[in-house]
Write a protein that binds this ligand. Structure first.
Ligand SMILES: [Zn+2]
Length: 478
C-alpha cells in the first residue's frame, strides 16, 4: 500500500519498482509514481513528506517511459525463431499475456498487434494500443523484448501511421491487389487475359525448382500464367511499400510481413514460391509470409478441414520458407489447437503465430462468470447485431444451435464459450457491442464492461494465462 499525505491509498505493483519510479493502482485506474526530476507530467503529491508526481498513463508519459526504460519500447523481434502475436483489442490483456511468455520464454511476444479494422471497431489508435503494452511491460517488469505489429495494413498512409507511432513490424495486406477472379477462369480466358512478360517467362515458364526434401515445384504454362495474373500486382505493391516506406536512407526501419492470406482460395505451393522468389529477386527483405493455408481458419474456433492434408501442405510451405530463410506466419491462430502440433513440427520451430479474438472471448467469459445479468443483456444484443457484424468477418455460424439464454441458469452461462456458434456470435460482434449507445448518448455496455474487467483483473489474467498458455504449449509440442 502506498499513501499520499492527503490520505489517498493505492496498491503498489511490486514488479514495477525501479529507481524513483513505480506503478500503483486504485479501484479505477493505474498511475506511475515518479520522482519529479524524471520529467513525467501529472499531479504533484507528497508521501511521507517526499515529493512525487502521480502521473496518469497518458501517451505523453508512455513516450517518456519508453525513453527512460528501453525495454518498454517495442523492438524488431521477428528474427527470433518463435514469435507470437497476441492482439489485445481491449487494452487489458497484456498482464495475462506477460505471464504466459515468462512461463514460455522460448517464444517472443508481439503484444501490440492491431489491424485498421480492429482500430476502427474498437475506437482505438495505434498510439493507445502500443501505450497499453508499454505500461503493462513496465508494470510486470518484462525485460526480454516484444514487438509491435501494424497488422493487415493496406495503404502507404496506413503504413506511415504505424511507423510514425514506433511500430516495429508492418504486415502488408496485399488482398486488394490479388485477383480472386482468375482461379475460376477457363484456360482460354486465362490465355486471353495474360500479357506476355518475357522476363518472368525466362525465369519460370516450364521450369522446375527444387525446394529441398525432394519437393520440386514446376510451372507449366497454365499454372504460370494464372500465377502471374493473380499475384503480379500484389508483388508490385509489396516492392513499392518496401522501397518507399520500410527503407529509410538505406536502412530498414521495421520487420516486414507479406500477407496473402485473405484470398478466396488457398495459396498453392507454386504460387507461394513465386511470391517469395519474386520479392527476393526484387530486393525486398521480408521476415515472414502469411499464405492462405488449406481448410478454414475461422475466428475463435478450431481449424475446420482435413488435418492430414494440412500437415502435408504445411511441410511444403515450410520448405519454401526455409529455402529463402523467412518464417511462415499463421494468421487467425486463435484456438487452432488441432493444427498446432503439425505447424510446430513442420516449421521446425521457426514460426510466427497470430492470435487476437480469443482474448476478447475470455474477457466475455469472465463477464458471464461474474455478472450474469450483464452477460445476458450483451448476449441478446449480440443476437440482434450478428447480421451486421458478418460484413466484417467470414464465419459459418448457425445461430439456431445456440441454446436460448433464458433457459440457462447463471452458472451455465460460461459453458456457452465451449460452443463454436456461441463463440462466433460474441467474437464477431465485439465492435458493435463496445460502441452501442444508450438513448442518452452514453455507451450501452462499454463502461460497465470495463468496470467489471478492472475489478476482476486478476481473474482475467488467470483465464488468459491458462488459455493463451495452452496455445504456446501446443505449438511448442509440449
Ligand atoms: Zn490475416
Amino acid at each position: 500500500m502506498w499513501k499520499t499525505d492527503d490520505k489517498r491509498e493505492f496498491d503498489v505493483y511490486d514488479l514495477s519498482r525501479h529507481d524513483g519510479l513505480f506503478m500503483v493502482g486504485d479501484a479505477d485506474r493505474d498511475y506511475l509514481v515518479a520522482d519529479p526530476k524524471l520529467g513525467f507530467s501529472g499531479e504533484k503529491v507528497t508521501s511521507a513528506k517526499k515529493e512525487w508526481v502521480l502521473a496518469p498513463l497518458s501517451h505523453e508519459n508512455a513516450c517518456i517511459l519508453r525513453r527512460l526504460y528501453p525495454f518498454t519500447a517495442p523492438s524488431r523481434v521477428l528474427e527470433r525463431d518463435k514469435t507470437m502475436g497476441v492482439g489485445d483489442r481491449l487494452g487489458i490483456a497484456c498482464d495475462g499475456h506477460i505471464r504466459v511468455f515468462k512461463a514460455y520464454p522460448e517464444i517472443t511476444p508481439v503484444f501490440a498487434q492491431q489491424s485498421i479494422r480492429e482500430l476502427t471497431l474498437t475506437n482505438r489508435t495505434f498510439e493507445d494500443v502500443l501505450d497499453s503494452a508499454t505500461f503493462a511491460v513496465f508494470r510486470n517488469d518484462f525485460e526480454t523484448g516484444f514487438g509491435a505489429d501494424g497488422d493487415h495494413l493496406k495503404t502507404p498512409a496506413e503504413v506511415d501511421y504505424a511507423l510514425g507511432c514506433g511500430y516495429t513490424m508492418i504486415t502488408l495486406d496485399c488482398s486488394e491487389q490479388i485477383d480472386n477472379t482468375i482461379e475460376a477462369l477457363s484456360k482460354a480466358d486465362v490465355d486471353r487475359k495474360y500479357v506476355q512478360n518475357k522476363e518472368l517467362e525466362s525465369i519460370y515458364l516450364n521450369k522446375s525448382f527444387d525446394v529441398g526434401e525432394g519437393i520440386s515445384i514446376h510451372f507449366d504454362e497454365d499454372l504460370f500464367r494464372r500465377t502471374v495474373l493473380i499475384y503480379a500486382k500484389a508483388i508490385d505493391h509489396a516492392v513499392s511499400i518496401f522501397n518507399t516506406k520500410l527503407m529509410v536512407k538505406g536502412t530498414q526501419v521495421a520487420d516486414f510481413e507479406i500477407s496473402i492470406d485473405e484470398t478466396m482460395t488457398p495459396t498453392l505451393p507454386a504460387q507461394h514460391f513465386f511470391v517469395a522468389n519474386e520479392l527476393a529477386r526484387r530486393g525486398v527483405h521480408y521476415a515472414t509470409i502469411a499464405p492462405r493455408f488449406c481448410g478454414e481458419f475461422q475466428k475463435g474456433i478450431d481449424y475446420i478441414g482435413d488435418l492430414d492434408q494440412f500437415a502435408k501442405e504445411m511441410k511444403v510451405h515450410s520448405e519454401i520458407a526455409r529455402r529463402f530463410g523467412y518464417k511462415l506466419s499463421i494468421h487467425s491462430g486463435s484456438d487452432k489447437f488441432s493444427i498446432f502440433p503439425s505447424a510446430g513440427k513442420e516449421t521446425r520451430g521457426r514460426f510466427h503465430l497470430k492470435t487476437a479474438g480469443t482474448n476478447w472471448l475470455e474477457a466475455m467469459k469472465l463477464v458471464a462468470m461474474k455478472d450474469p445479468s450483464l452477460y445476458r443483456e450483451v448476449h441478446k444484443y449480440a443476437l440482434t447485431a450478428f447480421k451486421a457484424a458478418t460484413k466484417y468477418y467470414h464465419v459459418t455460424t448457425d445461430l439456431s444451435k445456440i441454446p436460448c439464454i433464458d433457459g440457462l441458469k447463471d452458472e451455465e452461462l460460461a459453458g456457452l464459450f465451449k460452443l463454436n456458434d456461441a463463440r462466433q456470435l460474441i467474437h464477431i460482434t465485439y465492435g458493435l457491442i463496445l460502441n452501442e449507445k444508450a438513448p442518452d448518448g452514453s455507451f450501452l455496455f462499454k463502461d460497465r464492461l470495463y468496470r467489471l474487467w478492472r475489478a476482476n483483473r486478476e481473474q482475467y489474467s488467470d483465464l488468459l494465462f491458462s488459455h493463451i498458455g495452452h496455445h504456446a504449449k501446443a505449438i511448442l509440442g509440449k
